[in-house]
Every structure is written in structure tokens, then in C-alpha cells.
Design a protein around this ligand. Structure first.
Ligand code: SF4
Ligand code: SF4
Length: 168
């Protein structure tokens, strides 16, 4: 597939998200429910793991993850190459809404910050909001960085790519 480079959001610096949080209530995720978060707080919760961009299959009522990944995910940094245009360009790209977080069967990885908080759990120490470092999700081995993934381009049978990673 030819990618029109004009779509790509190449200037995005993940660390910049955590550099200027003066207007954000400290540890807001401990004080508010997901329903009460501002748009900025909601966006900050995403840990940048990229695991929601893995392709999945629903088998006997359960979501099974594959290690095939959306063609627009850059697995080196786990960033979407077309973030601002993702819903125009990818028909099955999912918006991370409250409804999506609560959808059954669960399709977000069990490390997803939204899912953790909505289920009464805490953010892990490697979450960038806790560590202050966007890279800590990668350093902890919780993102797709350095995993064996396959671009969905050319994949014929997704069942051949099912994985059982413990953090999914
Ligand atoms: S799985 Fe959750 S925390 Fe990870 S990138 Fe997706 S929305 Fe963000
Ligand atoms: S288009 Fe959607 S599914 Fe694909 S990499 Fe971007 S956010 Fe992930």
C-alpha cells in the first residue's frame, strides 16, 4: 500500500505531553472517575503502549489478540502515523471512549490505563503519568516496542497469528 506522507503526524513528541502539566490537577486519576475527566486528562491517561492497535478475533465470545498490527502503527515508538486522520483512513479504528472501555467482551489489553481505573485498579509504576517519562512504558516491556509483531499488510489468515501474551 502506498502511504501519502502528507497525512503523517511526524512531529509529535510523546514526552512533551508530560512537560507542562501546571493546569492539570495532580494525580487527577486518583480523585476522579473516568466520567469526570476533562478531554486533556482523558488523553493523558493513554500510556502509549500501542496494544489496542493489534488486530483481534472474537472466538466463542472472547477476544483473542493476534500479533498482527495496524499498518499505520509505528512499532518502534508505538505511535499512530496518522493519528489526526485515523478515523477517516481506517474504518475499524476504534475511538477510546467510556463505552469502548466498558464494552464486553473486553477488547482492550488488561494493562490499558482506562480499563484499570474503570475496574478499581491503580496505574502501574511504569505509567508515564506516574513515572513522568513517556518512555517508561517501553522500558518496562509493556508496549509493543521490541515485540514480535507483523504488519497486517498481506496477512491472509489472522488465526495463524494468535498470541497469548500475559499482558493482553
Ligand atoms: S491500550 Fe489503552 S493505554 Fe494502551 S495505547 Fe491503547 S488506549 Fe492507550
Ligand atoms: S489507525 Fe487506529 S488502529 Fe491504526 S495505528 Fe492508528 S490508532 Fe492504531
Amino acid at each position: 500500500m502506498n502511504v501519502d506522507k502528507s497525512w503523517l503526524d511526524e512531529d509529535f513528541d510523546p514526552q512533551a505531553r508530560y512537560e507542562n502539566l501546571r493546569d492539570i490537577e495532580p494525580e487527577f486519576w486518583k480523585k476522579k472517575k473516568l466520567e469526570q475527566l476533562s478531554k486533556q486528562e482523558w488523553e493523558l491517561l493513554c500510556d502509549g503502549c500501542g496494544k489496542c492497535c493489534l488486530n483481534k478475533l472474537e472466538i466463542r465470545g472472547k477476544i483473542k489478540f493476534t500479533n498482527t498490527v495496524c499498518r499505520f502503527l509505528d512499532c518502534r515508538n508505538c505511535l499512530c502515523k496518522i493519528y489526526e486522520h485515523r478515523f477517516e483512513k481506517v474504518s475499524d479504528c476504534r475511538d477510546i471512549t467510556l463505552e469502548a472501555v466498558r464494552e464486553q467482551p473486553r477488547w482492550l489489553p488488561q494493562t490499558c490505563a482506562y480499563w484499570l481505573l474503570d475496574n478499581g485498579m491503580e496505574l502501574p509504576s511504569w505509567h508515564p503519568l506516574v513515572s513522568g517519562k513517556a518512555s517508561s512504558v517501553h522500558e518496562a516491556g509493556m508496549s509493543l516496542q521490541n515485540r514480535e509483531t507483523v504488519s497486517e499488510t498481506g496477512v491472509k489468515n489472522y488465526e495463524d497469528y494468535l498470541v497469548d501474551w500475559p499482558d493482553l
